[in-house]
Design a protein around this ligand. Structure first.
Ligand code: GTP
Ligand code: MG
Length: 207
């Protein structure tokens, strides 16, 4: 899929204030600093459409970006960021779970996982949560430029084992990406194009 337009629409912390349009949307979630905002920039060919930072905790709100005028990418704050106060953390979590549980336009979550690390409890917990609320999701491994291809394969195998132990029957759909090198861009965009096509064909409530 070719990206012709990508525009920032709105940031907020209240799901009821998200865009009212009935367009399919794809949310990027994962630990702080995993590369959610960088991946959105990479996919849309922009340097700073979504704000990025070397310090965790940069994205603090729900950010809607309208793509090709007919679907949305959504950048979210990271989970598991220890430096925000407990109170802020609770508010974060509440509006993030509100978003996941109430946003009807949300058709797929991309759970981003830093490929450099072994399976982390917080990611496995979040994936279990998505299973519980029955939201379709894919895993996107990030920062693949930082380790060798052999290690990438080894870490994915580790995740497969951890997910099977957590009662998943198979490894979910997953992609390996690097925002700095553009790895995985075509595959992620083709996946989104396929889901959009199915939705526009079969679901009258969208457009
Ligand atoms: P929060 O908004 O704080 O939750 O973080 P985020 O998940 O949006 O991460 P962000 O995109 O801001 O990136 C965090 C840091 O990782 C930045 O310094 C990026 O330059 C770096 N980074 C992101 N993706 C990649 C990648 O694929 N490769 C490399 N080498 N660095 C990356
Ligand atoms: Mg961010």
């Amino acid at each position: 899929m070719k990206i012709n337009t990508a525009e920032f629409i709105i940031s907020n912390s209240d799901v009821s204030k998200c865009p009212l349009e009935r367009l399919p949307e794809y949310a990027f979630i994962g630990r702080s600093n995993v590369g959610k905002s960088s991946l959105i920039n990479m996919l849309t060919n922009h340097k700073s459409l979504a704000k990025t930072s070397g310090r965790p905790g940069k994205t603090q709100l729900i950010n809607h970006f309208k793509i090709n005028n007919n679907w949305f990418l959504v950048d979210l704050p990271g989970y598991g960021y220890a430096r925000v106060s407990k109170k802020t953390k609770e508010v974060f979590q509440q509006f993030i779970t509100d978003y996941f549980e109430k946003r009807e336009q949300l058709v797929c979550a991309f759970v981003l996982i830093d490929i450099r690390h072994e399976a982390q409890e917080i990611d496995l917990e979040f994936i279990t949560y998505l299973g519980e609320i029955e939201l379709p999701f894919c895993i996107i491994f990030t920062k693949a430029d930082k380790i060798s291809k052999g290690k990438v394969a080894q870490h994915i195998a580790g995740y497969r084992t951890a997910l099977l132990k957590n009662n998943w029957e198979e490894m979910p759909q997953h992609f390996v990406t690097s925002a700095t090198e553009g790895t995985g861009k075509d595959k992620v965009l083709e996946y989104i194009a396929g889901v959009n096509e199915e939705i526009f064909k079969s679901n009258d409530s969208f457009i």
